[in-house]
Design a protein around this ligand. Structure first.
Ligand code: SF4
Ligand code: SF4
Length: 71
């Protein structure tokens, strides 16, 4: 599964706008916008993971839902 590291994330919203499955939600976060990936909705396409300018989205070990692995 993909997980946003909230300490690295600057709240730019790139992943949120990009996700084709609306799997990234906005949350109230005080100083900065906080985003969170809903694992049930996430299809693990990896678009957000590749696009994050801060590399704040981490892949947690395992096999992708569609098969295969992240390289
Ligand atoms: S693209 Fe990266 S830095 Fe921007 S909101 Fe998403 S996780 Fe945060
Ligand atoms: S991996 Fe794909 S489906 Fe999952 S949150 Fe990122 S962009 Fe959305």
């Amino acid at each position: 599964m993909f997980v946003i590291d909230k300490t690295e994330c600057i709240g730019c919203g790139t992943c949120y706008k990009l996700c084709p499955f609306d799997a990234i939600g906005e949350k109230e976060g005080g100083e900065k916008q906080v985003y969170e990936i809903n694992d049930e909705m996430c299809m693990e396409c990896s678009l957000c993971y590749k696009a994050c300018p801060l590399r704040a989205i981490n892949w947690e070990e395992g096999v992708l839902k569609g098969g295969g692995a992240i390289v």
